[in-house]
Each structure stands twice: as structure tokens, then as C-alpha cells.
Design a protein around this ligand. Structure first.
Ligand code: CAA
Ligand code: NAD
Length: 290
């Protein structure tokens, strides 16, 4: 049985940093790759903040925190991925960028290594086709914030083998996550339902249905959602939601997936949400609402 004790995580943004953290927490040796030192440092800081919070909340002991830090390595090079048995890609939601990096990894990694994408909406089969290992390629879709959310979607693409599905599912369980099986349709299970809801909230706001605060309060107090739709849009990242909406609209050609004009305008203005300091709401440098 190939050794998957070493895991490679591509991208240390909102999701990659959380994925690297939960893998290291579960005992895997993890190498995290980013495009440059600045992005790498930001990812490292995010993991550090999350570990400190977990220790503060009594979810983790200080010595376990130290052991987790030791299992994490950070790099701007892909070379270190040559020894990993499991790759989880969490880079920007862009097909060409993902295909390019998987193609490079295919030449570098051991033949037995399993490749997974954390994409929200892209077609897994389209990424798998950039490699010579479509049977060892699957979707492994985590939820934000990764250290807290229990769910992962395990996505079987057209070429994914039964053995890979079984191993990816077992890997998800080894992280303490609850896997559900999903088909390789854009948005899988959760985003297929969640994304139209979030886009509809923007459309309702465009139509003057209520203020941002009132819509959020309505869904929190009226439907027990932990976050209102605008809080959640800012939390996910408006650049990411916009990319997801474009991809899902292209896949299904249904108006409910189309990005509303306001979303596009906010993204072109650099209002990405919590990660850029401003989206529907404003945030301080620690990500707290002003
Ligand atoms: N490590 C470990 N545990 C942590 C932690 C960390 N870094 N941070 C928080 N926790 C724990 C806390 O200790 C607490 O545990 P208990 O309930 O046992 O006390 C729990 O997590 C909740 O933490 P907080 O009290 O700090 O936070 P909160 O109650 O304000 O909830 C939230 C924060 C979990 C983010 C909540 O607001 C929420 O669930 N929001 C909605 C998130 C959501 O919908 N995510 C999905 C987005 S869509 C997506 O991800 C898919 C996609 O493709 C776009
Ligand atoms: P993000 O913008 O926070 O981070 C993306 C990171 O990828 C950036 O730091 C960027 O520098 C890095 N990157 C770009 N090209 C790279 C490469 N070739 N190698 C290594 N790093 C590279 O985005 P995110 O929110 O973390 O989303 C990442 C992926 O996860 C996307 O596919 C997204 O759809 C998916 N996702 C996002 C959420 C969410 O709530 N934000 C939830 C589930 C899945």
C-alpha cells in the first residue's frame, strides 16, 4: 500500500491554510506550496492564528500545537512534492491555473500519489485530463473555516477508480471529517444549493428588498443560519464567489447561477470581502467587522 503519510497542499489562502492545518493536526507530514514568500507568510500567519485560537479555546494543548507546527513545511517550490503520497490543491478557482499545476505535478510525483482538488465548482474530470492519472484523481471539497466545519465532499469523476474513492474517503475520515459522496457536477451537492441562495440575496438587495444588515439578521434570527448571506459572501471571498458563479452559469446556463451585476462591480473594485478589508462590510486587519 503506498505511503500517504506525507501530504502536499497547494495554495495557502483561506482554504489551503486550513487544509494544511487539519492534515498536520491528524498526524500527517505536510508541505505547503505558495507562489511567493509574501503569500506563504500570510498562510503561515493564518495557521498560527487558528492554532492559537484552538489552544485558547481548549481544543488543543500547547504541546500538540507545537507538534503540529513541526509537521508543517512551507515552500515556494514544487520540488518537495516529489515525496508526497497525497496532493490537495487549493489554489485560485481558475481551470487553466489548476490544470497547469497538476500537469507539472504529474511529472514530478510518484505514480501511486493521489491527486485531489478542493475546487468549489470546476469539473474534476477536466483537471484529471491534464494528467496521466485520471484513475487516481478525485475531488475533495472542504468547507470554510476548515478546522471547524465537519463536512467534506468526496467527488468521483468519470475516470476515478473505486480504490481511489475508497482511499480519499478514508483519508477524509482520518482528518476527523464527515465525508459525503458527490458526482462531478459543477458545485457538487452543497454549492449547487448554497450558491443560488447567496446570489439571490445580492439580487434581492439590488432590488431594495432590505438593507444588508436586515437581510442578514432576517436569515440568522428567522432561519437560524449561523451567518447572514452577506456576512457569508464576505467570508467566502467575493472574487471566489464571482468565479464560482461564472463557472456554474457556464455549466448549467440557468439564470439562478448568473453573477449579479453588483457582484462583478465589487470584484473589479477589489472589494473581495473579509480577506481584502472590504466587501459588503468593512473589516480591520484581524478580519473583525468594523
Ligand atoms: N480550531 C479549532 N476549533 C475552532 C477554531 C479553530 N481555529 N476556531 C473556532 N473553533 C471552534 C470553537 O472553539 C467553537 O467550538 P465549540 O462550539 O465546541 O465551543 C466553534 O469552533 C465555533 O467557534 P466560534 O465560537 O469562534 O465561532 P462562531 O460560533 O462565531 O462560529 C463559524 C463561527 C463557525 C464561522 C460560524 O459563523 C459558521 O458556521 N458560519 C457559516 C460558515 C459556512 O457556512 N461555511 C461554508 C461556506 S461555503 C464553502 O465553504 C464552500 C465553497 O466552496 C465556497
Ligand atoms: P484564496 O484566494 O484565499 O487563496 C488562493 C491562494 O492560491 C492564493 O494565496 C494564491 O497565491 C495561491 N495560488 C495561486 N496559484 C498557485 C499555485 N500555482 N501554487 C500555489 N499557490 C497558488 O482562495 P481560497 O478561498 O482559499 O480558495 C481556494 C480554492 O478553494 C478555490 O478553488 C475555491 O473555489 C475553493 N474553496 C473556497 C472556499 C471558500 O469559502 N473560500 C470553500 C471551499 C472551496
Amino acid at each position: 500500500m503506498p505511503d500517504i503519510r506525507r501530504v502536499g497542499v497547494l495554495g495557502a489562502g483561506l482554504m489551503g491554510s486550513g487544509i494544511a492545518e487539519v492534515c498536520a493536526k491528524a498526524g500527517y507530514e505536510v508541505v505547503v506550496r505558495e507562489v511567493d514568500e509574501k503569500a506563504l507568510a500570510a498562510g503561515r500567519r493564518r495557521i498560527e492564528q487558528s492554532l492559537s485560537k484552538a489552544i485558547e479555546r481548549g481544543k488543543l494543548t500547547a504541546s500538540d500545537g507545537e507538534a503540529i507546527r513541526k509537521r508543517l513545511r512551507f515552500s515556494t517550490s514544487l520540488e518537495e512534492f516529489s515525496s508526497v503520497g497525497f496532493v490537495i490543491e487549493a489554489i485560485v478557482e481558475n481551470l487553466e491555473a489548476k490544470r497547469e499545476v497538476f500537469k507539472a505535478l504529474d511529472a514530478l510525483c510518484a505514480p501511486h500519489a493521489i491527486f485531489c482538488s478542493n475546487t468549489s465548482s470546476l469539473t474534476i474530470a477536466e483537471m484529471a485530463a491534464a494528467t496521466a492519472r485520471p484513475d487516481r484523481f478525485a475531488g475533495l471539497h472542504f468547507f470554510n473555516p476548515v478546522p471547524v466545519m465537519k463536512l467534506v465532499e468526496v467527488v468521483r469523476a468519470i475516470g476515478t477508480s473505486d480504490e481511489t474513492v475508497a482511499r480519499v474517503t478514508a483519508f477524509a475520515r482520518s482528518l476527523g471529517k464527515e465525508p459525503i459522496a458527490a458526482r462531478d457536477n459543477s458545485g457538487f451537492v452543497v454549492n449547487r444549493l448554497l450558491v443560488p441562495f447567496l446570489l439571490d440575496a445580492i439580487r434581492a438587495y439590488e432590488q431594495g428588498v432590505g438593507s444588508l444588515e436586515d437581510v442578514d439578521t432576517g436569515m440568522k434570527l428567522g432561519c437560524a443560519h449561523p451567518m447572514g448571506p452577506f456576512e457569508l459572501l464576505d467570508y467566502v471571498g467575493l472574487d471566489t464567489v464571482y468565479a464560482i458563479a461564472e463557472i456554474m452559469f457556464t455549466e448549467y446556463r440557468e439564470a439562478r447561477f448568473a453573477p449579479p451585476p453588483l457582484l462583478k462591480r465589487m470584484v473589479v473594485a477589489g472589494r473581495y470581502g473579509r480577506k481584502s478589508g472590504r466587501g459588503f462590510f468593512e473589516y480591520d486587519e484581524r478580519g473583525n467587522r468594523k
